[in-house]
Design a protein around this ligand. Structure first.
Ligand SMILES: Nc1ncnc2c1ncn2[C@@H]1O[C@H](COP(=O)(O)OP(=O)(O)OP(=O)(O)O)[C@@H](O)[C@H]1O
Length: 387
């Protein structure tokens, strides 16, 4: 899959931008704050209808403008379709394919698949459990787009249930009884959507595991594939029917939940554990990455998680679009060349960098200079804007 043309209207810093793209490598070069990331963010937004940088749509709309439009001509198996999304902060977004409106904006999710490498990836290893849950759920949705609905339903139920727990916790007498009866309805919904999400996450971690080991072996010199392990730790037992397991645990912890006014059971409390393994010596104890890994090992693990996502998606469908956003400046030269070689064969790679020298030789391709709101093809390939 590749994007053949990208059009932006009032997206981020761009009043308007038209960029012709090709399969293979395209690098966007420009000084800080010129709008390089904004371009690749637009492509990434189309894949999940979410940015990898912000949680809401408002910052994606050009300051002062009422709405933004991202349009891309996407080629898959030799056939082209024009995908479009209109971002309307505070109101419903709209999506179109070949100019026909889709009944639900969500139906656009997963038609473009991207894997983004960015300096923020380090939070996958060093950040909170919620960063790793988001990583899993973003990948789930690209793998199985209908799960975007399950994820949204689960978040909605969780929010409502939390607010009910707060009220029920302080209510007395018949008000409390009424709140508890309503709580039972939310428990069922939480268990239904939660078990679907949990089942999909468990399957994903199982499928991702071998790819993580292999990717870590490639990016961390001298490491073996047994050095990096991932493990899903659930807040409920996962060896039986999951919906019932969530209901049972909710019943067991109801007093706790009412005292704290918070949902304490369900996939929003689960963890993706990252382990530095025992390598070739099974007798050696494994260590959690967070708190124990060196800076280099942490980077290698983060890269391995992203590379593994790419390999998994690729094994199940066509090549996702790879986005390498400002990532080379963060890496030492050995790792830089290694990553470049690993991704050089992908169907489409979009790279951003401040200076041309940051783009490894293995990723020679088309270059654009991004400066002062203009995106100009650089025919000379020297990082200076050409004609
Ligand atoms: N909603 C918005 N409206 C107007 N301008 C915006 C909006 N969002 C971001 N910008 C501007 O876009 C610019 C940032 O662009 P971008 O993140 O693409 O930079 P970059 O070229 O990738 O830089 P760096 O190399 O520092 O990462 C900033 O100048 C910022 O003020």
């Amino acid at each position: 899959m590749y994007v053949a043309h990208l059009s932006l209207h009032d997206f981020r810093s761009y009043a308007s931008a038209e960029v012709a793209l090709e399969p293979g490598v395209t690098a966007f070069i420009g000084r800080n704050g010129q709008g390089k990331t904004n371009l690749v963010e637009a492509v990434d937004y189309l894949s999940r209808l979410q940015s990898h940088r912000v949680a809401t749509d408002a910052p994606l709309v050009r300051s002062g403008a009422p709405q933004a439009v991202v349009r891309a001509a996407v080629v898959k198996d030799g056939r082209q379709a024009v995908l479009e999304v209109e971002l309307n902060p505070g109101r419903a977004n709209r999506a179109r394919i070949n100019r026909s409106a889709l009944p639900r904006t969500r139906d656009l999710v997963g038609l473009v698949r991207t894997v983004v490498f960015s300096p923020e990836d380090l939070t996958l290893v060093k950040g909170d459990p919620s960063d790793r849950r988001r990583f899993l759920d973003d990948l789930l949705v690209l793998r199985t787009p209908r799960l975007a609905g399950t994820r949204a339903d689960y978040d909605r139920v969780l929010k409502q249930r939390n607010s009910l727990l707060k009220t029920a916790g302080i209510a007395r007498g018949s008000a409390r009884e009424g709140a508890l009866a309503t709580l039972a309805v939310w428990d069922e919904q939480l268990a239904r959507h939660g078990s679907e999400l949990l089942e999909a996450r468990l399957a994903l971690v199982e499928d991702l595991r071998p790819y993580v080991g292999k990717a870590y072996e490639t990016v961390a010199r001298g490491a073996s594939r047994d050095d990096a392990e991932i493990e899903y730790r659930s807040s409920v037992p996962v060896d039986g029917p999951l919906e019932q397991a969530i209901l049972d645990e909710l019943a067991r912890r109801q007093k706790d939940e009412l005292d704290r006014g918070l949902s304490l059971v369900g996939p929003h409390r689960d963890e993706l554990l990252l382990w530095l393994g025992h390598g070739s010596d099974p007798g050696e104890e494994r260590l959690p990455v967070k708190g124990y890994a060196s800076h280099g090992e942490s980077w290698s693990f983060a890269l391995a998680l992203k590379l593994a996502s790419y390999d998994l998606l690729r094994s199940e469908g066509d090549d996702p679009i790879l986005i390498l956003d400002d990532v080379f400046a963060e890496l030492d030269s050995g790792r830089r060349e290694q990553l470049a070689e690993l991704v050089a064969g992908a169907e489409q790679v979009l790279v951003t960098a401040a200076v041309p020298e940051d783009v490894p030789a293995a990723l020679r391709g088309v270059r654009y200079v991004v400066a002062g709101g203009a995106v100009t093809r650089d025919e000379a390939g020297d990082g200076e804007a050409g004609g």
